[in-house]
Design a protein around this ligand. Structure first.
Ligand code: IPE
Ligand code: IPE
Ligand code: MG
Length: 247
């Protein structure tokens, strides 16, 4: 691992970074290549970002790999994305485990093939006791789906355990339950929208948008994002004076 973590000295390292990895298709098209070539290059960029985050001591990295709306893409592209997901899990499981990374997949997995679902369970259990970076991959994920499934499970719990709904906290039923909320939200690829990624969880995240296409995103890009994050004044509804008193 090339470790340039010294470059990040004096920066405020977010505990949880959430990334919309956008721009793979355009990256490939700019090179006269099929979009799927961009997705493959995107996996390499992800691997590098995971390593950077792990060496910086980031606790949680959540990445958007496939949205619930991405099924609307041409079947061939969807097939390649599914195959790539399977292949990446297969090829990277040992490496992630060796690097003490805990992997979690969030999203509605019922639409995936049985083989892919089995692989997900296998990699999650292999890495579940790891204490380093938690890597959350959002696949067939939608922020609206997450809130809906949380509300349904919360209602069941309330009925089954005879607890008033008001006594339950929806955060504990979201697919990111137990994780700190994202401090820094990054979207590559130039678009300034959330595209149904984490909705509830980004209530107080600092938002950072870059034109860099995902396959070109690297440690320098991450540094720029973290530098920008470090310069923000997070107030969480309070006044600057109150925040300064606390510090
Ligand atoms: C993001 O890149 C990857 C997925 C959505 C799976 P895109 O494929 O959306 O790339 P662009 O935005 O078309 O360039
Ligand atoms: C968001 O990118 C989803 C992922 C990166 C997985 P999209 O490319 O699907 O988003 P839109 O369609 O531009 O909003
Ligand atoms: Mg896109």
């Amino acid at each position: 691992m090339s470790d340039n973590s010294n470059d990040f000295v004096n920066l405020d390292i977010p505990k949880h970074i959430a990334i919309i990895m956008d721009g793979n298709g355009r990256w490939a098209q700019h090179r006269g290549k099929p979009r799927t070539v961009g997705h493959k290059a995107g996996v390499d960029a992800l691997r590098a970002t995971i390593e950077s985050c792990a060496s910086l001591g980031v606790e949680v990295l959540t990445v958007f790999a496939f949205s619930s709306e991405n099924w609307r893409r041409p079947a061939k592209e969807v097939d390649v994305l599914m195959a790539l997901f399977m292949l990446t899990l297969k090829n990277q499981a040992k490496r992630l485990h060796k690097n003490n990374i805990r992997l979690k997949i969030i999203g509605d997995r019922s639409k995936f093939s049985t083989t892919l679902q089995k692989k997900i369970v296998e990699v999650e259990s292999l890495t579940e006791k790891n204490s380093g970076l938690t890597l959350i991959i959002a696949a067939n994920y939608g922020g609206q789906w997450d809130i809906e499934q949380a509300a349904q499970r919360m209602l069941h719990e309330s009925i089954n355990k005879d607890i008033p709904l008001a006594g339950l906290d929806i955060s504990n039923f979201l697919s990111t339950a137990g994780m700190p909320e994202p401090d820094l939200f990054i979207r590559t690829g130039g678009e300034k929208r959330i595209s149904n990624f984490l909705l509830w969880q980004i209530a107080y995240s600092e938002l950072y948008f870059t034109d860099t296409l995902w396959p070109d995103f690297n440690q320098d890009g991450l540094k720029l994002a973290i530098e920008n994050f470090s310069s923000r004044h997070r107030r969480f509804g309070q006044t600057s004076e109150q925040i300064n008193e606390i510090v």
